[in-house]
Design a binder for this molecule. Structure first.
Ligand code: DAH
Length: 340
């Protein structure tokens, strides 16, 4: 007890006499750091006779609190002194505008990607990525889109070489193939990322945009799993239960394939977002085609699954009520600052 009283007095005196923040730091380290004086006292407590331990422990903790309080008040004293010095210095003008503190913010696409990543992570999904320059094999061939298949025309492709072996990926579905070849089933994964299409741009078309692929490979997977997963997704994004419906849709890599619509989150009877229909076309999806499983070495007699291709850019636009997709990647700070 005597030791801690002495230590407290010593520390207080030193702290009160310190003239700079550096000195305070040094004292703080000496007393409070791991391996410092307080830690040493606490470590010695167990070696004391039983009845003395509680009081000794309390005294050591008290020392810590006293030092912390003394440090705080000394820091305040230094700050006040610095301010006073500044005020009395020549040329000081308290009416000049302050230097504006620039504050960055996350891009709305990053914000939503992080939210969705958390949501799917909680459901056991891995988060994968893949290259933006893809092989024709991953982007088309192994997804059941052979060379002369008319479905290639659904996506206007940027080609990277004269032979067309490399492309800018037109969809995140390319990473499905990489995932299936790399991972052992069962697995679940999402793939948020940038995709590219040779597109005439307008308010709803951009040559570069974001998608988030989803892929679940397991035994006994049905359309019910797909629907319930999509409902969890919508609840996460819009904060409440949202009705969905499936319409048939054609994509070579799923069978059956669907277009999933969500009840318009913004109206009851029709609005401009849902084009007066009360439904919003939200994402294409389906049950993974056996040819796709086979092309990646997975036995379709044993394994099955579902996949979906969420238009991330579109969902960001819905969520934040953005009217033109081209704003997303234009890098205009006046636009971006609204999302801080
Ligand atoms: N990759 C398709 C596209 O970009 C979207 C898509 C449709 C992805 C169906 C899927 C799916 O996973 O099952 O147009």
């Amino acid at each position: 007890m005597e030791t801690t009283t002495n230590l407290t007095n010593q520390a207080r005196e030193r702290i009160a006499a310190a003239a700079t923040e550096d000195e305070l730091r040094a004292i703080e380290r000496e007393y409070l750091d791991k391996g410092g004086i307080v830690a040493g006292l606490l470590a010695a407590v167990p070696s004391l006779p039983g009845p003395e331990r509680p009081a000794a422990g309390r005294a050591a903790n008290q020392l810590k609190l006293e030092i912390q309080a003394a440090l705080a008040s000394s820091r305040e004293r230094l700050a006040q002194a610095a301010l006073a010095a500044l005020r009395s210095s020549a040329g000081f003008d308290a009416t000049l505008p302050a230097v504006r503190a620039e504050r960055g913010s996350l891009h709305p696409i990053t914000q939503l990607t992080r939210e969705l990543t958390d949501l799917f992570h909680a459901m056991g999904f891995l988060v994968l990525d893949g290259p933006e320059v893809e092989t024709d094999l991953h982007n088309f061939e192994a997804l059941n889109i052979p060379k002369d298949h008319p479905a290639r025309d659904m996506q206007d492709t940027f080609r990277c070489d004269p032979e067309g072996k490399l492309v800018l990926r037109t969809h995140t579905s390319a990473v499905q193939v990489r995932a299936m070849r790399r991972l052992k089933p069962p697995f679940r994964a999402i793939v948020p990322g940038k995709v590219f299409r040779q597109e005439t741009t307008d308010a709803s078309h951009e040559h570069t945009f974001h998608q988030m692929e989803g892929l679940v490979i397991d035994k006994h997977i049905s359309v019910a799993h797909l629907i319930s997963t999509m409902k969890v997704l919508l609840r996460g994004v819009f904060g409440r239960e949202i009705e969905v419906r499936l319409r048939p849709g054609y994509f070579p890599f799923v069978e059956p394939g669907f277009e999933l619509d969500a009840r318009c989150p913004f109206c009851k009877a029709g609005c401009s977002v849902c084009k007066q229909s009360t439904w919003i076309e939200l994402l294409p999806c389906g049950m993974v085609h056996p040819n796709v499983l086979r092309a990646s070495g997975i036995d379709p007699e044993v394994w099955g699954g579902f996949a979906f291709g969420l238009g991330l850019s579109r969902l960001v636009m819905l969520r934040f009520q953005i009217d033109d997709v081209r704003r997303l990647l234009a890098g205009d700070l006046r636009f971006l600052e609204q999302f801080s």
